[in-house]
Design a protein around this ligand. Structure first.
Ligand SMILES: [Cu+2]
Length: 486
């Protein structure tokens, strides 16, 4: 395809889908990040309904936009999170500010404690934003599957002064099948209980076909399960690689990727291709830089990767490789005059299994103060595809006292990985597989099959805070516990 045709498809203002529906143009997200920064006052954020095109078909999805159309929020660090949230489109919901530490009643998990936002209601949020970081916002319900998620970027004064272009990438997995149906199929409820794995997988032929891979586990281990759901598409900023976002960059310039895995049930490996990247933050928290071209990212996690572009008029794809499968998505960084070639949505090789090799190398730039734990909890993550019953044993309620240092050991006795997320706090990873170290500070950490991870945090934000798996369907099937204190 000639470049002009390709860009023509990207730039056209109105797209009419095969169904005849008028589609919203896929607007570029990257350039909004600095444009909306530093404007003081209350921000209005609306939950909208919109139609995007996925695989040539119209898809009804949610949006989270400001009145000027900016997607999500870009806020100044150390300012006030001063936002009104309302609904345009009728369906009650609520938004969780993933990565921020608001007071408990503003956290955004329905009925914990705040009620769902009603269709006619506007709710005001005000609390300290905290330091700079790449965060995001999403519904803490099955609506998350339908793209009710957006970037929440907090920029420090240094970020704003740096001669560096920020490029936000929000990853997602997309299905034309409603989330309730996907969950019902996983639970086997549409075909009765007590079904074994093989029969259940056959029953899911259309959506789930081939989702489970075997043979990639370590010798002597039972095969691990990688993907529960075969999606219809994998999106980066709402688009597939058939029509990717092309971000205009400066020839020889500096770029900071702010990557968010907003997928509900898909882990990826970021592939920076010909460019060597420097990982500078995870989950919005700075780390001592790690160089590389491949960076794993589990559901809920974020990666900040700095790139120095060579002086050449070449395009640089930034891809996200689906774990254990050939599917991929991504964006293209392109200086003026670069030739842009089409990249297939399926590569030749399967994406790597996402493990903890990178996590083991991470060192927090701002670690927690060294101090012994006042209280220690040992949790066991259990469950299997048979019955789809995921649990956190020993974690119904982790009762703590304000001011304590808490240690949580998570042992995974299942054959799937679980990205475990704690609300309202940032924890430090201090042990992987029995090996103690002073790792990254973050809010979501992967616990691999038959592996263990320990984290510590300070109980400095009273409430009843969810500690859960960020795989939406594991969470919805019971993989949820709470850290509670008054
Ligand atoms: Cu899980």
């Amino acid at each position: 395809m000639k470049r002009r045709e390709f860009l023509g498809g990207l730039m056209s203002g109105v797209v009419v889908a095969a169904s005849g529906a008028i589609l919203q143009p896929n607007k570029s997200w990257a350039d909004t990040s600095k444009a909306t920064a530093s404007s003081a006052g209350t921000r209005s954020l609306a939950i909208t309904k919109r139609v995007i095109e996925v695989n040539g078909k119209a898809a009804d999805v949610f949006g989270l936009v400001q009145p000027d159309g900016a997607v999500g929020l870009t806020l100044d660090a150390d300012a006030t999170f001063d936002v009104t949230l309302s609904i345009q489109g009728g369906e009650a919901t609520l938004i969780h500010w993933h990565g921020l530490a608001p007071p408990w009643n503003m956290d955004g998990v329905p009925d914990n404690p705040a009620a769902l936002l009603k269709a006619t209601e506007t709710r005001h949020y005000a609390f300290p934003v905290g330091p700079g970081g790449t965060h995001w916002m999403h519904a803490h319900t099955l609506q998350e599957q339908n793209l009710l998620a957006a970037p929440l970027i907090v920029q420090s004064a240094d970020d704003r002064q740096r001669v560096e272009q920020e490029v936000v990438i929000l990853l997602h997995d997309f299905s034309f099948t409603p989330a309730e149906e996907l969950l019902a199929k996983l639970k086997g409820s549409s075909r009765g209980h007590g079904m074994d794995h093989g029969a259940m997988m056959q029953g899911m032929a259309s959506n789930m076909h081939g989702g489970h891979m075997s043979g990639m586990a370590m010798p002597g281990m039972a095969a691990m399960d990688l993907n529960d759901i075969e999606y219809d598409a994998y999106l980066a900023n709402d688009r597939t690689l058939d029509d990717p976002e092309v971000v205009r960059v400066e020839n020889g310039g500096r770029v900071r990727l702010r990557i968010i895995n907003g997928a509900t049930a898909t882990a990826f490996t970021i592939d920076t291709g010909a460019l060597t990247g420097q990982l500078i933050a995870v989950d919005g928290q700075p780390v001592q830089p790690v160089s590389g071209t491949r960076f794993p990212i589990s559901m809920g996690q974020r990666l900040d990767i700095r790139l120095e572009l060579p002086k050449s008029a070449e395009a640089y794809p930034i891809l996200a490789l689906r774990e254990g499968a050939e599917h991929r998505t991504g964006i293209i960084l392109a200086p003026a005059g670069a030739k842009i070639s089409r990249i297939a949505s399926r590569g030749k090789d399967r994406g790597p299994v996402v493990g903890l090799e990178l996590e083991q190398q991470l060192v927090a730039a701002v670690p927690l103060a060294v101090r012994p734990a006042d209280r220690r909890f040992e949790l066991t993550l259990t469950g299997s595809m048979s019955g789809y019953d995921w649990r956190i044993e020993g974690g119904d309620s982790l009762n703590v006292r304000e001011g304590e240092r808490i240690e949580v050991v998570m042992r995974n006795m299942s054959m799937m990985s679980h990205p475990m997320h704690l609300h309202g706090h940032h924890f430090q990873v201090v042990d992987i597989g029995g090996k103690a170290f002073a790792g990254a500070v973050r809010d979501t950490v992967l616990v691999p099959p038959m592996g263990s991870v320990s984290v510590v945090f300070d109980a400095n934000n009273p409430g009843r805070w969810p500690l859960h798996c960020h795989h939406l369907y594991h969470m919805a099937s019971g993989m949820m516990s709470f850290v509670a204190y008054a």
